[in-house]
Design a protein around this ligand. Structure first.
Ligand SMILES: Cc1cc2nc3c(=O)[nH]c(=O)nc-3n(C[C@H](O)[C@H](O)[C@H](O)COP(=O)(O)OP(=O)(O)OC[C@H]3O[C@@H](n4cnc5c(N)ncnc54)[C@H](O)[C@@H]3O)c2cc1C
Length: 397
């Protein structure tokens, strides 16, 4: 539904608004401005209208009392009864934000036989855990998970709700935010509380990673954000922490859930880059699928995983699961070896916080050298096998 209000009596049909709209949401019909669903309520047209025929609904009008919303929540994602590490990274941030607001941290644990995860959530900083333990929640499906969280949000009204930006987290966050009619900032790389307004400042790359945008949600609650894996440090669990576990019954029964899981098929070439301590990554400089062979050998000697730039994935040389960067995985290994990768900003967005970065590139001006701790200017097809041979000797492999 378009948000812009057009006073057709006042509109003089000058079309200034049509030219000013960055989203192409306005057109002229019978010499009057007409708006469609592409309108984002950005307000650009208001500024150019010479007769003030355009307006937007008053912000926050119609929204319920947002001061009733209190506390920080984190959804604790699990897979086959094991908590995903991204959830504990989120708990670390949730605790930090709750402390800076002087409020409580609540974890939402959904699944089957997941009581142990609820206890772990307390060790990772939760004051309270909502535990929904039921066979219908054993495998992630959007409807029962989203309905359960919507039910909890409506009943207990959290001020802030954080989820990991995993495949499941992205799916769930969108479904919940739509249902409770609030804003959602996806794929954040920074979260902070504004010292004056106490609003959540949600920072994420925008315009292809060329700028960092800080987004706020002043009029609706909860303020929802998903955060990428490995952006934040993993907190240390504290097994002496105490908290409350609140058991909640499921809101959907199995026969009400349309989607049925028939089977799980593991994708060929699946790789767990996010948890790898060492990554040897290749870019367009490897020249083809065969060019990854020396990188795989080096990774094997080091006990690491193979990553890649998007250029290599787009060329079909290696599956997407290996892609590091803004539209791939975010990684934070102890050692990242970039071979034949130029160091575009979108690639750096995914690996820039690696502890030690080694760059191998034949171009001494390649931007990757600006972020590298060690740079080797040379042909990767000579440098990588030489490194592998030497490391094999030293590591006796
Ligand atoms: C919206 C958006 C999202 C994006 N997301 C990502 C992303 O998630 N991840 C990502 O990686 N990119 C992403 N990109 C693409 C990114 O902008 C770059 O195009 C890409 O990272 C370049 O890959 P590359 O470094 O492998 O290739 P190139 O930039 O072509 O660099 C190849 C490098 O290899 C070196 N080289 C060539 N031969 C050799 C050799 N024999 N030995 C040593 N060095 C050699 C060259 O000197 C050069 O520096 C995105 C772009 C956009 C617009």
């Amino acid at each position: 539904m378009a948000l812009l209000i057009i006073d057709t009596e006042t509109c003089i049909g000058c079309a200034a608004c049509v030219a000013a709209c960055p989203f192409g949401a306005l057109r002229m019909e019978n010499d009057k401005a007409v708006v469609d669903d592409k309108c984002t309520a950005c307000g650009a047209c208001l500024e150019v209208c010479p007769v003030e025929a355009l307006s937007l609904p008053e912000r926050g009008k119609g929204a319920e009392d947002i001061s009733a919303y209190q506390g920080v929540w984190v959804w604790v994602e699990q897979f086959r009864g094991e908590a995903c590490s991204i959830s504990w990274e989120m708990m670390g941030q949730g605790r930090r934000i709750a402390d800076s607001l002087g409020t409580t941290l609540t974890a939402c644990v959904l699944g089957h036989n997941v009581e142990g995860i609820a206890q772990q959530a307390i060790y990772y900083g939760a004051d309270r855990v909502f535990l929904v333990d039921d066979p219908s929640l054993g495998v992630y499906r959007t409807a029962p998970y989203a309905k359960q969280l919507v039910h909890l949000v409506r009943q207990y009204k959290p001020e802030i709700f954080l989820l990991g930006a995993s495949a499941r987290g992205r799916d769930l966050a969108g479904a919940v935010a739509t249902e409770v009619h609030t804003g959602l900032t996806a794929d954040c790389t920074g979260l902070d509380i504004d010292p004056e307004t106490k609003l959540l400042r949600q920072t994420r790359p925008a315009f292809g990673g060329n700028i960092m945008a800080t987004i706020i949600c002043p009029n609706y609650r909860p303020q929802m954000a998903t955060v990428r894996h490995r952006v934040f440090e993993m907190p240390e669990p504290d097994s002496s922490r105490q908290g409350q576990i609140v058991r909640v019954p499921p809101v959907m029964t199995e026969d009400q859930i349309a989607a049925k899981v028939v089977d799980f098929i593991v994708e060929e070439g699946e790789v767990n880059l996010a948890d790898a301590k060492i990554i040897v990554s290749g870019g367009r400089g490897v020249r083809g699928p065969e060019g990854f062979k020396p990188l795989r050998e080096l990774a094997e000697v080091l006990g690491g995983a193979v990553g890649s730039s998007r250029a290599a994935v787009d060329a079909g040389w290696i599956p997407y699961a290996h892609q590091v960067g803004q539209t791939g995985r975010t990684v934070r290994p102890d050692l990242y070896i970039a071979c034949g990768i130029s160091g575009a900003i979108q690639h750096l967005a995914g690996m820039g916080t690696s502890k030690v970065i080694v760059a191998i590139n034949k171009d001494p001006e390649a931007p990757i050298f600006k972020v590298a701790n060690y740079g080797i200017v040379g042909d990767l097809f000579q440098v990588v096998p030489a490194l592998t041979e030497e490391l094999r000797k030293r590591l006796r492999k």
